[in-house]
Write a protein that binds this ligand. Structure first.
Ligand code: ADP
Ligand code: MG
Length: 211
């Protein structure tokens, strides 16, 4: 599925995607938050991008832990520690690996989900990034168990992730800033669930480049 080189290229592309979607993610954060999600993540991934050249030849653990630590230290707002822990825990789960397949990717994703749950003291149906992450992981596991290839696994994950992000419109947030607006948050899509979906989409596209 990916070696270190491909992982670094995926991370460059995530940084690019976040920059491209910065205004949209920030707009989503306006009615339910403080209009900074895109700005926060773009700052963090901008710093990540600067570190990538120094990570050439390193194992997955080192790469992902460095991404996580960079996000924690450069992203203001809740999403910094949350995505930061997610990448760090994913890195710990994949420490020493120079290459990963679908199974390892799912192990890493599982660690990421657990990290967000623990750090955010949150679970699904609270209108957070977990409403995209958890269904995405479930869908990917299901496909993998059926013996599907990485590309099909990621496609199922992306579909479930976007569906989960869409579903946050029907939920009243009980965690983070969005919980302050209560029912007024209904009808609005969670920015974190959306940014996660964009990231997973980048991973999927990296596995099946359009020629
Ligand atoms: P802030 O809310 O501090 O301004 P951001 O705007 O960057 O930070 O990120 C907001 C996103 O973080 C939300 O859309 C949501 O997905 C996620 N989030 C906030 N609090 C939690 C939490 N306790 N658990 C999980 N995710 C959360
Ligand atoms: Mg915000």
């Amino acid at each position: 599925m990916a070696d270190g080189k491909r992982m670094l290229s995926i991370l460059y592309k995530i940084a690019e995607k976040i920059e491209e979607q910065k205004d949209y993610l920030t707009e989503l954060d306006q009615p339910i938050g403080d209009s900074d999600h895109g700005i926060n993540l773009a700052r963090g991934f901008g710093e990540v991008e600067k570190k990538l050249p120094s990570l050439e030849g390193k194992d997955m653990g080192t790469i992902l832990k460095t991404v996580g630590m960079t996000l924690v230290s450069t992203v203001g707002g809740a999403s910094g520690p949350l995505y930061g822990s997610a990448f760090m825990k994913m890195g710990m789960a994949l420490a020493g690996k120079m290459e990963i397949g679908t199974d390892e990717f799912l192990t890493g994703m599982d660690a990421a989900v657990e990290a967000v749950k623990m750090r955010g003291k949150a679970d699904v149906e609270e209108a957070t990034m977990l409403d995209a992450m958890v269904p995405a992981l479930d869908a990917m596991r299901k496909k993998a168990v059926e013996g599907a290839e990485a590309r099909a696994v990621l496609e199922a994950g992306c579909e479930a992730s976007w569906k989960g992000a869409e579903h946050t419109k029907d939920l009243i947030a009980t965690k983070g800033r969005a919980s302050y607006v209560g029912e007024r948050g209904l009808g609005h899509q969670d920015p974190g669930a959306t940014s996660f979906s964009f990231m997973l989409e980048v991973v999927k596209d990296a596995l099946c480049p359009v020629s």
